[in-house]
Design a protein around this ligand. Sequence first.
Ligand SMILES: CC(C)(COP(=O)(O)OP(=O)(O)OC[C@H]1O[C@@H](n2cnc3c(N)ncnc32)[C@H](O)[C@@H]1OP(=O)(O)O)[C@@H](O)C(=O)NCCC(=O)NCCS
Length: 289
Amino acid sequence: MAATEAPELLTPADAPACQPLSDEAGWNQVRADWAMMLAHGHAPGVREDGRPVASALALPMGGRIGWISMVLVTAAKRRQGIAQRLVGECIDWLEAQGMAPHLDATPAGQPLYTRMGFEGICGLTRMIGDGGAGRGVAADGGARNGEVPEQVRDAGGADAEWIAALDAEAFGADRGHVIRDLLSRPGALALVRPDRTGVLLTRAGRTATQIGPVIAPDADAAIALIEAALARVSGPVMIDCFDDHPAIRAALEARGFTVQRPFLRMARGMTTQSGRPDRMFAAAGPELG
Ligand SMILES: CC(C)(COP(=O)(O)OP(=O)(O)OC[C@H]1O[C@@H](n2cnc3c(N)ncnc32)[C@H](O)[C@@H]1OP(=O)(O)O)[C@@H](O)C(=O)NCCC(=O)NCCS
């Protein structure tokens, strides 16, 4: 596509063909992520010989916010203005419906998004490390400071509605379609506090298990959820921690986690974080908020 041509919309049937785009960038998404986002979002893209070679995706979250992600251009097609054009299309689509565009930018993406009118809202840090399953971590999830393991239990199907409501309150927008999809994935671990004040979800990724969102009444409760999850997950793990809660990063560093990269959460038309940032300890991921 020349930068002036209209993009085409990608559909859920394009999920397998989109996977090479995120693989090429070294990203963590699997086909289930593409399928869910394409089913619920607006995805302008560019095809060559029928195959997607560039993408961007706007995912509505309630009526007020939309998340822009999957801004990907295959190497041979870069520096022609395609990404800027696809992001512009996502912005127009969201704003025409009254939704403020949000996104999590890598340092490389920030100058482009700043030029397009986005402002920083809060910082996140991606921590990477290993799960403890099979490595002799306490079966109670490494409960700290005398905290009892009863503070965490596995979620069941009957929990989906209150989890979605808790997430909407903490995140500040209704992304129940995302939460229900994550809960329904085979093998996904979902831990909750029985008093319905906290939840942690995981999803299998291409390179690592992503832990998030993590919602809890305070940092100690968030750490208890994370430790319980790490005791159950094996292999590489990534957690996108909000910089406003340094205790989470410190607890992960104490377990050998290291910083992979920062993200800056940015928005157009909003300058503050929605919801209850005091209760939101890890993001669902840069593509899901
Ligand atoms: C980041 C990415 C999406 C950019 O895609 P792109 O189509 O090359 O982006 P654009 O062409 O719109 O803009 C890229 C640069 O090319 C410049 N450019 C645009 N049209 C141009 C042209 N005709 N000639 C020369 N340069 C041009 C832009 O000004 C921009 O400059 P900058 O890097 O100094 O800001 C692409 O490199 C990619 O897929 N990277 C891996 C995934 C990633 O990091 N995604 C973003 C996550 S936040």
